[in-house]
Design a protein around this ligand. Structure first.
Ligand SMILES: [Mg+2]
Length: 505
């Protein structure tokens, strides 16, 4: 039997949600004027997170720097994000969707899939979709698009057709007329680099991509990516709507201080330490977190906590820290003595069908590299992510032997990554110092990791790092140093104890 899948997507979610709050407090509807939500409105280097339709019409785009948007429209209304409020809107939105089908997969803060196959009760799918859309609008005050199809990919493609407040179908027999004429870049997983490669070979539309021989396609974009994209272009996707059982699971880390923390700088350092530790743990377990919460316990043992949903599931330290920092001012005035603090990551996912970030932040590559470095050092140092001591033999197993300058170890690491995640491909790049670097890429041709001989110089894209980010990097490397010294010391102590042990044979 054919499946019926809905993809529900809130129209300019952050902007609509902020608008509701502003209207509730007597303000104007920012959806009707050129307006944007942007990380830090006072910093012109901030990136646009969401834009109103009038702003879009002026050429303002998501992920654009705020300074560029202000050049286009000097009177642009800039609103800071309010993640706690967004989480609340998201929860209500998901709750209504869940009433229509319990087979629900939350895809991001403002999107979910519903498997409606067994829950239509004889009604027409498009009628049910329209009812769901209208119910969300009338009860919550914001609009959504609903895509209706026989699988997740097509449902997602359909919800992206004309906006806002629309229901679109993309049944299998409509693929040829509704999806094939679209430019290749509109296909899920076709990023900038893949698009460039395809255009270079004259493949301009999804329909054209669908008819290219897979072998030929493989020689253009790599074998694995070619299989997936060829399927997608033909509207084929068999992945189920995954009801996450891991939702209840979470990762926590907390710290009790020898002396109460009473100043903001120290507290920021604490948040940094906690973020490093907990992000490392989820990376080791290969999951990403969709929510983060922070608690502080004051000297009088009163506890305050806040949580928020992150826009995209993540395992990146810098991003987790960014969210944690936004939570702190709500629960701490910057001077009350604090004896304990902790972070919990929840809403875990290992779904591969996750949205490629709208925020093609070029800094992501740096963040990933710092995390990679951190993880490598932490494992080399024999520090089990759960803080337990590992045996020397186990440590040895995790440390790749490196034979400079052949690049053998880097090649092995790249191969291992592809074995773990078959959706990746890698290519070899010679570096100026004669060693090789292996660059891992996902479907879209986006670099997800680099493996090179330790000490060699890999070329990174040029990006401007803010002073905070430079500070973050500095802290991260000193953190690794500190951890390694501490672990080495503990390891020595442990070995000494073992030698002294009377029962030693
Ligand atoms: Mg949306």
């Amino acid at each position: 039997m054919d499946r019926v899948i809905f993809h529900i997507d809130v129209n300019s979610a952050f902007l609509s949600w902020s608008a509701l709050k502003i209207i509730a407090s007597g303000g104007a509807d920012i959806r009707d004027i050129p307006s944007v939500v942007s990380g830090d409105p006072s910093d012109r280097r901030s990136i646009i997170t969401a834009k109103s339709i009038p702003a879009k019409k002026m050429g303002i785009a998501t992920a654009q720097p705020l300074s560029a948007a202000l050049r286009i429209c000097p009177s642009l209304v800039v609103v800071p994000p309010d993640f706690e409020w967004y989480s609340e809107c998201s929860r209500k939105f998901i709750a209504i969707c869940r009433d229509y089908s319990p087979v629900l997969q939350q895809f991001s803060i403002d999107e979910c899939f519903l498997d409606m196959t067994a829950f239509l009760q004889g009604a027409k799918p498009l009628d049910v979709a329209a009812r769901l859309k209208d119910e969300i609008h009338s009860r919550l005050g914001f609009t959504v698009n609903v895509g209706v199809a026989s699988n997740k990919l097509l449902a997602k493609m359909a919800s992206d057709f004309t906006k806002p407040d629309r229901v679109h179908s993309l049944w299998d027999h409509e693929v040829e007329t509704k999806m094939w004429p679209l430019p290749v870049r509109d296909l899920l997983y076709v990023g900038k680099k893949t698009e460039e490669k395809l255009l270079h070979y004259g493949i301009t539309t999804i329909g054209h991509l669908a008819r290219v021989n897979v072998g030929t396609l493989g020689s253009i974009i790599g074998h694995k990516a070619s299989l997936t994209l060829h399927d997608y272009a033909n509207g084929v996707d068999n992945s189920p709507v995954e009801v996450l059982s891991s939702e209840a699971k979470s990762y926590s880390v907390e710290r009790t201080f020898r002396e109460n923390v009473t100043d903001a700088k120290k507290m920021d350092r604490v948040l940094f330490d906690l973020s490093c530790t907990v992000a490392h743990r989820i990376r080791v377990d290969e999951v990403r977190a969709g929510s983060v919460s922070l608690f502080v316990k004051a000297a009088d043992f009163s506890v305050k906590s806040r949580q928020c949903q992150m826009e995209q599931p993540t395992d990146t330290t810098a991003i987790i820290l960014r969210y944690v920092r936004t939570l702190l001012p709500d629960i701490w005035n910057g001077s009350t003595p604090i004896r304990q603090a902790g972070i919990t990551l929840g809403k875990l996912t290992h779904d591969d069908f996750y949205q490629l970030s709208l925020f093609e932040d070029p800094k992501m590559e740096y963040y990933r590299q710092w995390d990679e470095e951190y993880d490598r050092k932490a494992l080399e140092n024999g520090e089990d992510p759960r803080g337990k001591m590992r045996s020397k033999a186990a440590v040895k197993d995790t440390v790749p032997t490196t034979e400079h300058p052949s690049g053998e170890s880097a090649l092995r690491a790249a191969k291992e990554a592809v074995r773990k995640n078959p959706d990746l491909t890698f290519e070899r790049k010679p570096l100026p110092d004669g060693t090789d670097c292996f660059i891992l890429q996902d479907h879209t041709g986006k670099t997800v990791a680099r493996h090179s001989v330790p000490g060699s110089k890999a070329k990174m894209p040029k990006v401007h790092l803010s002073p905070e980010e430079e500070e973050f990097r500095r802290m991260m490397s000193s953190q690794v140093e500190k951890a390694s010294q501490k672990t080495a010391k503990r390891y020595d102590e442990y070995m000494k104890l073992r030698e002294k042990a009377p029962d030693k044979k």
